[in-house]
Ligand binder design. Structure first.
Ligand code: PEP
Length: 253
């Protein structure tokens, strides 16, 4: 059974006061929320606060938005997997399109980062997805398959230790989401590629999320599809009431 997931990607947003207020509102509004795993991925600077504030059993998990592949050393500005582990992170987003495109992260680097996250006992949320031009050229499926093949190369991963987010680049932060049929088609292909690269167990246990302009008024249709196990949510995760509404819909499948 794959427990549905609502993962919040705050990107480079929120200071500590805004975060404290968010967490208070979230914990009040979500006290009875069950049936979905909620993960909050704030900027690195807020992780220690989440570790302190989210100590109760019903609280969401938290994670990083990126990490470096080496554990330590002369890598100015980077943060390593053991550093995130020490801050209680259970998850790390890896290969977000903003990092691939703006920071020039390569598939090989993403592969190394995935290995570092797994080596330190955390679960990577690997982001894959095509650009608009690639979709218009009918290349979306082959682009995502190629990302998976390179990113997951030689990965020693056990069932349940991997989350994938299908995030079409053209849908991120644009207000235009993929249709539920297109998202289902891609996510089913991702699952079948996992079967080919690994095995049935891994394919059946990996949660595959949709990401890209998810809101409380479009998530139900996406969740009605058999292979979509939840969402990676950017803009709509910044307000507690919006995240809770989306997480409740995800919890109800
Ligand atoms: C994201 O940043 O991963 C994302 C999906 O953003 P948004 O929900 O704002 O499109």
């Amino acid at each position: 059974m794959r427990k549905p997931m609502a993962a919040a990607n705050w990107k480079m947003n929120k200071n500590s006061e805004e975060t404290r207020q968010f967490l208070q509102e979230y914990m009040t509004q979500a006290s009875d929320l069950s049936g979905a795993e909620v993960v909050i991925c704030p900027p690195f600077t807020l992780l220690a606060m989440l570790q302190q504030e989210l100590a109760s059993p019903n609280a969401p998990a938290w994670g990083g938005q990126n990490c470096f592949w080496e554990d330590k050393g002369a890598y100015t500005g980077e943060v390593s997997a053991p550093m995130l582990k020490e801050l209680g992170c259970s998850y790390v987003i890896i290969g977000h399109s903003e990092r691939r495109i703006i920071m020039g992260e390569t598939d090989g680097q993403i592969n190394q980062k995935l290995k570092a996250v797994l080596n330190h006992g955390m679960v990577p949320i690997l982001c894959v997805g095509e650009t608009l031009q690639q979709r218009e050229n009918n290349a979306a499926l082959s682009i995502v398959k190629n990302q998976l093949d390179k990113n997951l190369k030689d990965l020693a991963v056990q069932p349940g230790q991997l989350v994938i987010a299908y995030e079409p680049v053209w849908a991120i932060g644009t207000g235009v989401n993929a249709s539920s049929d297109d998202a289902q088609e891609m996510i089913a292909c991702i699952r079948s590629r996992l079967r080919e690269l690994f095995n049935d167990d891994l394919a059946n246990s990996t949660r595959i999320l949709y990401g890209g302009s998810v809101r409380d008024d479009n998530i139900a249709e996406l969740m009605a599809k058999p292979d979509i196990d939840g969402a990676l949510i950017g803009g709509a995760s910044l307000e507690a009431d919006s995240l809770v509404r989306i997480a409740r819909i995800i919890a109800n499948g």
